[in-house]
Design a binder for this molecule. Sequence first.
Ligand SMILES: Nc1nc2c(ncn2[C@@H]2O[C@H](COP(=O)(O)OP(=O)(O)O)[C@@H](O)[C@H]2O)c(=O)[nH]1
Ligand SMILES: [Mg+2]
Length: 265
Amino acid sequence: MANSRYEYVKAFERENYLLPDTFIVIRVDGKGFHKFSQHYRFDKPNDLRALGVMNRAALKVMQKYSDVLMAYGDSDEYSFLLRRKCELYERREMKLCTLFASLMSTYYMFYWNLEFSEKSIEEDMVPTFDARAVVYPNFQVVRDYFSWRQVDCHINNLYNTAFWNLVKLGLTPQESEQRLMGTVSSDKNEILFKECGINYNNELEIFKKGTILVRELKDYTRKVDLSSRQKQREEKSRRKAEIKQYHVDIINDDSWWESRLWLNE
Ligand SMILES: Nc1nc2c(ncn2[C@@H]2O[C@H](COP(=O)(O)OP(=O)(O)O)[C@@H](O)[C@H]2O)c(=O)[nH]1
Ligand SMILES: [Mg+2]
């Protein structure tokens, strides 16, 4: 194949190398999960087992790539944080995005069939995910990024919880939508409490907060100018580190972040 007269076509290829020394976040999102969730009859507003499938797939991706230090997911999306010095695939955007999207799709399918053996995936309704990569210049923006996703989870979940509970009370979807139009958070809490007899605080944390996966490095201390031996050792400890799962508020909890300074690396 080498040096054939056709090889000039290679010169048309383009590659985007993500900016060095910046935090990379790759977000995957299920394609058409509105339909997918209807087809496979997800519980409303949240299907705990389907969320479990998402979490297992994301965990598997994290186990595969030690450069992923944390991930956050809710509904049909997951965001993966890659460390600043990550050199995976020379930081080639297309490689990373296509890989994360296809891994999520195949692992999702795999764990779905384990979890839901009574309704395995049909060929005309397969789970697929897209992916995008964004680079962030400092850790404050990274924190704000995850806050943005968690706020989104909260807003959607409060709305969906109120919506489906009104429907359960006998309202049509249209009436339920009307009832919630123009309401703020406190109104929705009150509707849930007074009309549906539900205290939103008692809803599952995984629904309200989403899921945080963290690679927990033990005995971490910040070091500068690592030798290549030290870098190898760090890489090894990242690979061996336990990945823990949380459903907590990461928006306002400074100490949560401060006790995980390696995320900052
Ligand atoms: N019933 C139900 N639906 C879900 C659940 N998780 C995700 N979905 C659906 O998936 C959609 C995901 O949102 P989005 O990505 O914007 O829509 P998409 O373009 O259809 O994938 C939601 O709007 C819901 O319709 C769940 O746990 N239960
Ligand atoms: Mg989607």
